[in-house]
Design a protein around this ligand. Structure first.
Ligand code: SF4
Length: 83
């Protein structure tokens, strides 16, 4: 389970976030990265971590964010951040 005390500072304000345990393995980028129809996630410039560049707005985007959370092998994605 992601830990919001370890939330990366780059995350857009809101409920979804990536924490410091991101490896990064790229898995989540296949469902919510910049090359998908739901571009929510982005790499840091040094590609050391992934973060939510923006929060989901539509139900489709929210589903993509949840899917990213479900498939993250290190459970680095949380859905209990501050709104
Ligand atoms: S799936 Fe998890 S560990 Fe992999 S890049 Fe995404 S947030 Fe990081």
């Amino acid at each position: 389970m992601a830990d919001k005390t370890l939330r990366l500072p780059e995350n857009a304000p809101g409920r979804f976030y990536v924490d410091d345990t991101c490896t990064p393995c790229h898995t989540c980028m296949d469902v919510a990265g910049p090359d998908t129809s739901t571009p929510l996630l982005r790499y840091r410039d040094d590609e050391s971590k992934v973060y939510f560049a923006r929060q989901p707005v539509t139900s489709v985007e929210a589903a993509a964010a949840e899917e990213a959370l479900d498939i993250c092998p290190t459970q680095a994605i949380g859905n209990d951040g501050d709104d």
